[in-house]
Ligand binder design. Sequence first.
Ligand SMILES: Cc1cc2nc3c(=O)[nH]c(=O)nc-3n(C[C@H](O)[C@H](O)[C@H](O)COP(=O)(O)O)c2cc1C
Length: 209
Amino acid sequence: MNLIESLNQRYASKMMNGTKIPEEKFQTILEAIRLAPTSLGLQPFKVLIVENQALKDKIFEKAAPGQPQIPTCSHLLIFAANRKITRDMLDEYFELIEATRDLPAEKLLAYRNIMNGLVDKSEEQNFNWAARQTYIALGFGLVSAALLGLDSVPIEGFSASVLDELLNLKEQNLGSVTMFALGNRDEEKDYNAKLPKVRKSKEYLFVKL
Ligand SMILES: Cc1cc2nc3c(=O)[nH]c(=O)nc-3n(C[C@H](O)[C@H](O)[C@H](O)COP(=O)(O)O)c2cc1C
């Protein structure tokens, strides 16, 4: 299947059947998420992996009761953005650049100065910026799942404050932004599986200037 065929056949699954997806495909999705670009390359988030059934059930019950894909999925990913960009985070990032590219710190000073500005911004500004980065990573995960023929659904319909409390995210300088459930559809109950895709036309969406 080519890219557009895969994107046409993917859809937001409304019910999964509880079976596991192949580990190799799951690892490929994680790698695609890791390779997603982020502004300034900082990757200011963590992706939490939930496979444990009891924890999936708890998240469904407490933070996302309207999302039956959560207890029935194979793997649930939680994209959690950094609340505050700290000097320590920048130090760690620059050590990684220096080691990966074999560069002395002096060569990176101008870049570092640009990034230092992030530390001076408010927690709200940092979090909003970091949260936007998670959506790009989520998009990479979505496209990868489609290409691998896996069912999935992005989930924003949950209480972030409840989830953050449940997983102690605030203490880890994190805030949940979105979730991504991966698995195999329930052939009978997944009503979205057979519905035609609703999309605006090319003529409407793309505006040639
Ligand atoms: C950021 C984001 C958040 C979403 N949140 C939910 C959600 O909480 N629950 C759900 O069932 N679907 C959710 N969706 C799925 C969308 O409703 C769905 O992608 C959209 O209607 C287009 O349909 P399609 O994905 O089947 O082509 C979300 C999609 C995105 C991109």
